[in-house]
Design a protein around this ligand. Structure first.
Ligand code: DC
Length: 236
């Protein structure tokens, strides 16, 4: 099941089964952009980071440290989880805001480096995207959906990404220091880019966009016009 509803009133019409892969580091804007693109073209959207955050959160709660313990914890928790419009639900409760906190981010990055976790989540993600999807993450264009017709790699300066995350956390009512976030993002960048299995990487055929000085809607417009030129979408 996909997160995000398909909007019948979308401004654009996508070719059948269109898969749009958006990768990039934390705070590059990919989550917000993926949602806006999905709405514009009438496709469901999947924030794959939330899945890794969910596994990280369950591991934290269970005190699961090594990979075998994390995998056991994952088997037990995935059955209780529902991925539906608006995020991740456990026992009917949307735990998305809890998953977006900083302590969970660090746990997510740790479990995301485990090959067993990645291979189990790979199939979950591929099944969900089978009929077309906008999917954002770190390895979507390179590993999860290598055949995606549209691939984007979003970047932004470290300071700008930290500022965005800080403002997002403020919006959630969480205490946060900009310097602490900047250091935490820098550490996570290193961990995500240097891990052996599916590191953060730009697929060879992905188009890179630096959003440091661009507004979100400008980035979305650029992506839409690229996909229109490539005849992947047309005006509805
Ligand atoms: O995008 P995010 O900050 O919510 O991601 C949380 C963590 O999950 C991040 O450290 C990288 C990892 N992740 C990943 O390894 N592969 C993905 N496809 C998505 C996220």
């Amino acid at each position: 099941m996909c997160a995000g509803t398909v909007n019948e009133m979308s401004a654009w019409k996508a070719i059948s089964g269109l898969q749009i892969a958006i990768d990039g580091p934390s705070g590059s804007g990919k989550g917000t952009i993926a949602k806006m693109l999905a709405e514009a073209v009438g496709l469901p959207v999947l924030d794959t980071g939330l899945l890794y955050r969910f596994i990280g959160y369950c591991s934290m709660q269970q005190g699961a440290d090594d990979e075998a313990a994390v995998l056991a914890c994952m088997d037990a928790s995935l059955g209780d989880m529902q991925w539906k419009p608006g995020g991740i639900f456990v026992n009917g409760e949307n735990i998305g805001n809890r998953l977006r906190q900083q302590d969970v981010a660090a746990a997510a990055s740790r479990v995301a480096a485990m090959p067993g976790v990645r291979s189990r989540l790979l199939h979950v993600q591929q099944d969900i995207a089978a009929n077309g999807c906008v999917m954002d993450g770190r390895d979507i264009g390179s590993v999860v959906l290598p055949g995606a017709q549209a691939k984007f790699f979003l970047t932004a300066s470290l300071r700008e990404r930290a500022r965005r995350r800080w403002s997002q956390l403020q919006g959630l009512g969480a205490e946060a220091s900009l310097d602490a976030i900047l250091n935490e993002i820098r550490d996570r960048d290193t961990q995500d880019a240097e891990r052996t299995h599916s590191p953060l990487q730009q697929a060879g055929d992905a188009l890179s966009i630096d959003s440091t000085t661009m507004r979100i809607d400008e980035v979305v417009d650029r992506m839409l016009s690229i996909m229109e030129r490539r005849e992947l979408i047309s005006k509805a």
